[in-house]
Design a protein. Structure first.
Length: 144
């Protein structure tokens, strides 16, 4: 009985931790891109495991997987105050490049979405077991 109770407690803590990482919002603005998938996400060493888990069903010749990504604006990042974290299926896969993140925030403020913390856009994961890269389909190739 104790192993079951411990397992349930661990599961509950894990669920709460995942929910705390991504704030919930009632409506997430969905960005419509150009269809070029021109913005490559900057990978972070901590995030490579997330991509491996997402790409478990990889094909021998490589992968070209279309998904939805969440762009999460972070103001508390210790390295970059205007960082935008990219998350797919609840897993962090990297960050928007610094220049794109600044332009994105400026454009969001300009169109009245400056207080919005989460956006969604189309993404594609390309690569093979050796290396994956995430590309985002953003309006104007990186600006709203």
């Amino acid at each position: 009985m104790w192993p079951t109770v411990v397992a349930l407690i661990v599961l509950l803590v894990l669920i709460l931790w995942i929910r705390a990482r991504e704030p919930e919002v009632a409506v997430v603005p969905r960005l419509v891109g150009t269809g070029k998938y021109a913005v490559e996400v900057v990978p972070e060493s901590d995030c490579s495991g997330g991509l491996d888990r997402i790409c478990r069903s990889r094909i021998d010749g490589g992968i070209d997987m279309m998904l939805q990504a969440r762009l999460i604006l972070e103001s508390d990042d210790r390295f970059e105050r205007q960082a935008i974290r990219v998350s797919i299926r609840g897993r962090t896969v990297g960050y928007l490049p610094r220049a794109n993140a600044r332009d994105f925030r400026r454009a969001a403020t300009y169109v009245g979405l400056g207080r919005t913390l989460i956006f969604e856009c189309a993404a594609v994961i390309r690569g093979s077991a050796d290396h994956y890269s995430v590309w985002l389909d953003l309006p104007n190739d990186g600006v709203i």
